[in-house]
Ligand binder design. Structure first.
Ligand code: NAD
Length: 293
């Protein structure tokens, strides 16, 4: 049993903290929202009055926060000044690569092991404990983090040095954003050509157009019964989240001098979709905008 401080108990952090408590770890939880802390306490965590209080005496600190500025703020003000030597730091938030490497550098200066460990799998995966973790950090830090991550996920990938977990996450999601638009365009072209959606699916899913956005998450109703298209695009993964990740990819591409014209176009199209009032819809709903609706 480890003493774990968990900071950020939202849609993802709440169920992740619950899984650590279920695995008999001693979880001390903090969030700016009292309701989120209360929900974590009901799932077996112990309440802390502040982030600083939560991390005092912890052997492991897990953060699951919205963006880079929150992670920098919590690390600089609360975590680093208050943790004991030997504490392992795990940031599971999806943030920009620069912020991830910045806080990892601060941790290293303080003599602390740290990994960035963003996730995929959504709230369903967080609840079921089946998340994929993409982990950046040294070998020793990864080895220490692994058994903890295994209580929250089932696929744990060491992506390399600090920041590489974030890099893997945004590269993957850039593929997803671009491929969802490509699949949506193909279905809307098929519609106008009089080609039935199921027929296109039967061909493309067994041909060279095959991809995850098509076969697991088809953006039109029918071919894949579990996809959000069959429930009016009620979100599994919101358009706002996809836009966030595409913007992080663009920020990283600009900083690194990488050419990502399709990633840039996808970011623009999702920006338009979100600004048209669809931030909370599933990202696959962008097919409606492509359809001109
Ligand atoms: P969320 O908004 O539901 O939760 C974030 C929580 O952080 C909130 O409860 C908020 O009160 C808390 N918080 C903010 N600043 C804080 C601070 N200074 N101290 C303590 N608590 C603070 O977001 P989420 O959906 O849980 O996502 C968290 C992270 O996981 C994000 O980086 C997101 O991009 C990533 N992510 C989300 C999903 C998803 O499907 N929701 C999937 C993969 C990755």
């Amino acid at each position: 049993m480890a003493k774990i401080a968990f900071i950020g108990l939202g849609n993802m952090g709440g169920p992740m903290a619950a899984n650590l408590a279920k695995a008999q770890h001693h979880v001390t939880a903090f969030d700016l929202s009292d309701a989120a802390v209360q929900a974590a306490v009901e799932k077996g965590a112990h309440k802390a009055a502040s982030a600083a209080e939560a991390v005092k005496g912890a052997e492991i600190v897990v953060t699951m926060l919205p963006a880079g500025k929150h992670v920098r703020g919590v690390y600089e003000s609360d975590v680093l000044p208050n943790v004991a030597k030997g504490t392992l730091l795990i940031d599971c938030s999806t943030i920009d690569v620069d912020s991830a490497r910045h806080v990892a550098g601060l941790a290293q200066k303080a003599g602390l092991d740290m990994v960035d460990a963003p996730v995929s799998g959504g709230v369903g995966g967080a609840t079921a404990g089946t998340l994929t973790f993409m982990v950046g950090g040294g070998d020793a830090a990864f080895a220490k983090a692994r058994p903890i991550l295994e209580k929250m996920g089932k696929n744990i990938v060491h992506a390399g040095a600090s920041g590489n977990g974030q890099a893997a996450k945004i590269c993957n999601n850039m593929i997803l954003g671009v491929s969802m638009i490509a699949v949506g365009e193909a279905f809307m072209l098929a519609k106008r050509l009089g080609l039935d959606a199921q027929k296109l699916f039967d061909v493309a899913s067994t041909s060279s157009g095959q991809c995850w956005a098509l076969t697991n998450y088809c953006p039109v109703p029918g071919p894949v019964p579990a996809s959000p298209a069959n429930r009016d695009y009620q979100a599994g993964f919101t358009a706002a989240m996809m836009l966030k990740d595409l913007m992080l990819a663009q920020q990283a591409a600009n900083a690194a001098g990488a050419s990502t014209p399709l990633g840039a176009e996808a970011a623009q199209l999702f920006n338009m979709f979100v600004n048209n009032g669809h931030a909370a819809k599933d990202f696959s709903g962008i097919v409606k905008m492509i359809d001109g609706k």
